[in-house]
Design a protein around this ligand. Structure first.
Ligand SMILES: [Zn+2]
Length: 283
């Protein structure tokens, strides 16, 4: 049975041949999410920065005196998956976070953790970090991705590679999440908390994931309706541009002429740019 979501839990077998294990975390907020549907409309990708799948699951499914964290999914190196909360429950993976006018991604998103060490430094012929090296954990050059982070302030040059199974399974799960919940955003933790976070970093093909999963929604939308109370319509694709008319009312029908940077150029009686998240496609 192919991978699908039943009652907010993954079911079926993934592309790497694994069924999903269940280990429920006590660290969650009950529904609803802070979205139009009350369900998540974004997905955030993380790495654990740890070396051990089971230890990482344990951290995210244990209640400590403070510093509790959780996520919905943990993806192992062979593509094995443990789900720690149903997708209609909010988990604690994002922390203080902000992107494209929205904040508080714990209440907007599904959190996917990937078993991966993250950034590394060179130690002779191997790669590690001080504290990992003290425990005898090193990574050979063949498993190291060399490249800078999209955030130029992050100085690290070496990262543990993700396995092909991890990337395949994350892409597969994200597609099922998109089809089930109508996900609008796939983002890295490093994009919603750029001052604090480096994960998933440059070794994860974030732009490819977005290109694959969001491409068929852009460019093909021809018409839509306004899904917010009053929608500003501007001279260009961004909040810095002048308003060109009175705001559009809820349920106003618009023709979509063009898309740019998360904005649609729309036509009603007049033409101008609106943030695309406030347009529900109808065609
Ligand atoms: Zn993270």
């Amino acid at each position: 049975m192919p991978l699908k979501i039943t009652d907010h839990w993954l079911s079926g077998t993934n592309k790497a041949g694994h069924t999903t294990k269940k280990k429920q975390t006590p660290n969650f907020y009950r529904p609803p999410f802070n979205t139009v549907t009350g369900l998540p409309d974004a997905t955030i990708i993380h790495y654990t920065a740890m070396n051990d799948f089971d230890a990482a699951v344990k951290v995210l499914t244990t209640k400590y005196e403070s510093g509790n964290a959780s996520a919905h999914l943990m993806i192992g190196k062979a593509g094995e998956v443990t789900q720690m909360a149903p997708f209609n429950y909010r988990t604690w993976h994002a922390g203080s976070s902000y992107y494209n006018g929205r904040k508080g991604y714990n209440s907007l998103s599904v959190g996917i953790e990937i078993d991966n060490l993250g950034w590394l430094k060179k130690f002779g012929t191997d790669y590690s970090r001080k504290r990992l090296k003290a425990k005898g954990i090193t990574v050979p050059k063949t498993d190291v991705f060399e490249g800078r982070h999209r955030n130029p302030k992050i100085p690290y040059e070496y990262w543990q590679e993700y396995t092909d199974e991890q990337i395949d399974v994350v892409f597969e799960i994200c597609e099922v999440l998109r089809d089930t919940y109508g996900m609008q955003e796939f983002l890295g933790h490093d994009e919603i908390a750029p001052d604090r976070k480096q994960d998933p970093g440059p070794a994860f093909p974030m732009d490819e994931l977005r290109g694959e999963l969001l491409k068929d929604r852009s460019g093909e939308v021809e018409e839509g309706i306004v899904n917010t109370n009053l929608l500003n319509i501007r001279a260009g694709a961004g909040g810095q541009y002048e308003k060109v008319a009175q705001p559009l009312p809820q349920n106003a029908q618009v023709k979509v002429l063009e898309e740019r940077d998360g904005w649609y150029k729309v036509k009603t009686e007049i033409e101008g740019w609106v943030s695309k998240k406030y347009i529900t496609p109808t065609k």
